[in-house]
Design a protein around this ligand. Structure first.
Ligand code: NAD
Length: 292
């Protein structure tokens, strides 16, 4: 090679090597996320993932003690400047408005919503009291409506588009015996997401759903009573619950909070910029298996 050309090639190779070593810009840098149910297992895993990807995260939960603990855990990921917490009950209109105000005051708005707060509830139909029925509707339908309506209004005002992910459940697609209140509410949650997707499109607001199934490790739902009930109804020991669900799954794998967080991150980010109104099951294949 002529001397100048060889020099140029060497120069650009060196520049390329330098670029390779430079830290990559984080994919959610500059984005503001609101995560409900943020003190729980899935909520914390989602918040951790979003913080790692550079987002500022406002975490909210009804349980203030658990929220403080979550704050201590998550502050280690990205420092306190990127993380805010606010205690609120998503079924209360005024409290939801206060959460959105807190996000606006602290970070300047909301671009990403992960609507994840929830409960687990099982009772045979003839033992499902109106209270049980109403509690499921209040948290999983009305709560999701209130939070997403507030975020939708804010995103529209900001005129920057936005992205929402609802953490629903495989049981919103596939019925489960003895849990009609929960399954019905989760199905409504999924349909609410699709309805918002239709209205959001013209404003650049995408809405998608992640459906977990049996995320036992890390989930507060599976602490204590719920685990014991599930163990009793499947005639197994409470200590064997995770292994039972793993073996029962199509892929023979346990679903972890981090698996849900990966799916939420994908859908909420620009990587899924052409997906809206979609449902992604992260269920080790169970929705497919149960409809075989
Ligand atoms: P989790 O109990 O660890 O977290 C849920 C959080 O929601 C809790 O911290 C709780 O305090 C909060 N919450 C409940 N009611 C609230 C309210 N009214 N206002 C504000 N916060 C409220 O449970 P998780 O496993 O992390 O569940 C997260 C979501 O995933 C829920 O919507 C749940 O229904 C769904 N899900 C979980 C599983 C599973 O097996 N863990 C399976 C399918 C779906």
């Amino acid at each position: 090679l002529p001397e100048q050309e060889a020099f140029d090639i060497e120069y650009w190779l060196l520049e390329e090597a330098k670029l390779q070593r430079m830290p990559k810009p984080k994919s959610l840098a500059g984005r503001i996320a609101l995560v409900t149910g943020g003190a729980g297992g899935i909520g914390q895993a989602v918040a951790r993932q979003l913080l790692r990807e550079g987002a500022c995260v406002m975490l909210t939960d009804i349980d203030s003690t658990a929220l403080d603990e979550a704050r201590q855990n998550l502050i280690k990921v990205a420092g306190k400047d990127s993380l805010g917490t606010v205690q609120a009950d998503i079924t209360q209109e005024g409290q939801v408005a206060a959460v959105l105000d807190a996000a606006a005051l602290r970070f300047g708005g909301v671009d990403l919503l992960v609507s994840n707060a929830g409960i687990a509830s099982a009772a045979p139909l003839d033992e499902t009291t109106l209270d049980i029925w109403q509690r499921n509707q209040d948290i999983l339908v009305t709560g999701y409506f209130l939070v997403s309506r507030g975020a939708f209004q804010m995103m529209k005002r900001q005129q920057l588009g936005g992205s929402m992910v609802f953490v629903a459940s495989k049981n919103g697609l596939v019925a489960s015996a003895g849990a009609s209140a929960y399954c019905t509410a989760k199905a409504a949650e999924i349909h609410l997401a699709r309805c918002i997707a239709l209205e959001g499109a013209e404003h650049g607001i995408r809405v998608n759903v992640v459906n977990p199934d049996a995320v036992i490790r890390g989930s507060r739902i599976w602490d204590g009573k719920w685990k014991e009930e599930r163990a009793a109804s499947n005639k197994i020991d409470a200590d064997d619950v995770e292994e039972f669900y793993r073996k029962r799954s199509l892929l023979k794998r346990s679903v972890l909070p981090e698996d849900i967080a990966e799916a939420v991150y994908f859908l909420v980010s620009d990587k899924a910029g052409k997906s809206t109104g979609n449902v992604l099951n992260v269920d080790a294949g169970n929705a497919a298996a149960f409809t075989r």
